[in-house]
Design a binder for this molecule. Structure first.
Ligand SMILES: C[S@@+](CC[C@H](N)C(=O)[O-])C[C@H]1O[C@@H](n2cnc3c(N)ncnc32)[C@H](O)[C@@H]1O
Length: 209
């Protein structure tokens, strides 16, 4: 938890309480339904919570923004972002129901009112969003194919509406066809070794009506 406060020192009491409560909720639920590996649950804040919040070092979502988390699994990056941006609306989608059971329990346990979950493949979701966030779900070409048509027309940020994807390693080959992509290195923001090769990829996407 100190890690979150190290990089996000201006949290409200309510946000601190929620981030603190996350650990026991995940420990508890992970025993019943395994959504986070044993190693990762011991390093929940380093590997999941702070990593998810890396997106917030790149962009500050404006109040009222609508954000889709594709393949949220146990709720990453959606849940930490929903705690950090309580005035934004988060839609967490996954094609595996039991993962969303954990997410629903965590959302309820935290009393988060800005999160909606849907058990579905993302291809079948027919809504639009300012931003689509994700981590560890699909290579960019497949991902873009899945989410095109789900970007809102109205631009409310200096950052263009589109995808914000947490990725790692050398992305040259994967991103070579996406000239408008901008890559942000998380080791510019976080000093822990875990972040050495971690990145946030911003890919603006056009509204398709
Ligand atoms: C490796 S897990 C990553 C989970 C989470 N994003 C994280 O980083 O901890 C990938 C998740 O994507 C989900 N998924 C894969 N393809 C999907 C699709 N087309 N629509 C919705 N969810 C999908 C899987 O069910 C799985 O929970």
């Amino acid at each position: 938890m100190e890690l979150v406060l190290k990089y996000f020192p201006n949290l409200t009491k309510d946000q601190i309480d929620k981030f603190e409560t996350l650990e026991s909720l995940y420990q508890d639920w992970n025993l019943k339904i395994n959504v986070v590996s044993r190693k990762d649950i011991d390093e929940l804040y380093l590997r999941h919570v702070l990593h998810s919040l890396g997106i917030a070092k790149v962009i500050s979502f404006k109040d009222g923004s609508r954000i889709l988390d594709v393949g949220t699994g146990g709720g990453f990056p959606g849940i930490p972002l929903a705690i950090l941006f309580p005035e934004c609306n988060f839609h967490l989608v996954d094609s595996i129901a039991k993962k969303l059971k954990v997410v629903d329990e965590v959302v309820e346990g935290l009393g988060l009112t800005n999160v909606k979950t849907t058990h579905s493949r993302v291809e079948d979701i027919n809504e639009t969003y300012d931003f689509i966030v994700s981590r560890a779900v699909a290579a960019m070409p497949t991902f873009v194919h899945w989410v095109k048509g789900k970007i809102a027309k109205q631009q409310n940020h200096d950052f263009k509406n589109g995808i914000l994807y947490l990725k790692g390693g050398d992305l040259t080959e994967e991103l070579k066809d996406y000239k408008t992509t901008k890559v942000y290195n998380l080791n510019d923001y976080f000093s822990e070794d875990f972040y050495e090769t971690k990145k946030v990829v911003h890919l603006p996407l056009k509204f398709k009506g």
